[in-house]
Design a protein around this ligand. Sequence first.
Ligand SMILES: Cc1ncc(COP(=O)(O)O)c(C=O)c1O
Length: 405
Amino acid sequence: MTIPFSPPYIDEDIKREVLSTLESGWITSGPKVLELERLVAAQVGLTHVACCNSATSGLMLLLHWFGVTRGDEVIIPAYTYAATALAVMHVGATPVMVDSGADFNIDVSKIRHKITSKTKAIIPVDIAGWPVDYAELNELINEVEVKQLFSARTEVQKALGRILLLSDAAHSLGALYQDKSVARWADFTVFSFHAVKNVTTAEGGAMCINLPTSFDHQFVYRTLKLWSLNGQTKDALAKTNGAGWKYDIVFPGFKMNMPDICAAIGVAQIRKYATYLLPERKTIFDAYLRYFGTKSWAQLPPADTQLKKTSAHLFALRIKNCTETQRDEIINLVTEAGVSVNVHFQPLPLLTVFKNAGYSINDYPIARSSYASEISLPIYPGLTNHQIAFICDAIEGAYRQVING
Ligand SMILES: Cc1ncc(COP(=O)(O)O)c(C=O)c1O
């Protein structure tokens, strides 16, 4: 049996939606993107969501909107995908890394002593779809001493008057914190619609706006859309629809817009996300929990509590008391058996670009040990019970061979 790690979910409804977009005569940013924005907004319970061409772009654009630049610092977890840090570096600022807790997420108690007068934003990451400690993060950024340390330079920084909470929710569409979408706990939340994500547009991202009510959300939405399309006052569709050919370029904007042909995939997927795609993932997540919950050698990923509900993006299994080499041997055997697995993530200081920038893995011991024993198992709609049983057997067999053999 061959089991891929994370094939995209493509059914007849998705093909129909893409085909009708192709036949509509409009394939770049237009009505499908607007429809996707409305559907994401409805899914998370917010009024304004702006789509763009990736989560990386969204993070970068939002840091830019907040005026984060050279000389500024942005706090991020060491345990994440590189995009979290690269977005910070792309605007010229310095990522300040914090170690993770046992649940893979940034350890909020370790953030405070990293905050300086240069700190402009914190980017927590809901690793594997497990919400970070949003209440604690909000408390922290609103503490009097932390606010006093904040040094505002731009108009929006002055208007906010504190550190920006910008959530990298690349994994966590559908995750809940206190029964509300994670997107309602940060100033901005960025979802990824990359091909392996819970909802995909092949490549894409969504910026959810949840600033304090003193901000004009429609104005911020409009500004972000302008910034994502060259700073151009009329997009191609508006020009075609009789608004006249003449436009202005009001900002030195980026080219980060999402095309309709991509949005069409996302529209068809998100329509069935709450009723089918997400429940399917959670069913598989629970099946793994039941199986590995009986194994003394298995450390389970965090699972639903009263406070937090996962989006079941990844099933991040850890093997107790195993070395990195043994973990890799287990992966090799499982792969030979036909099951594709993965590792999420290599902590950033293990990667060349960050090593060269002076970050040391010795400063992030929890991230290192989580990484060394982690194996992400396949989890996606359509995975059958038979396949799940095969995956579980393959992991157990490999474990016994490597650790006991
Ligand atoms: C934690 C995290 N942040 C950001 C990203 C970047 O998403 P995108 O590929 O949409 O730019 C990813 C992608 O895998 C991710 O895992």
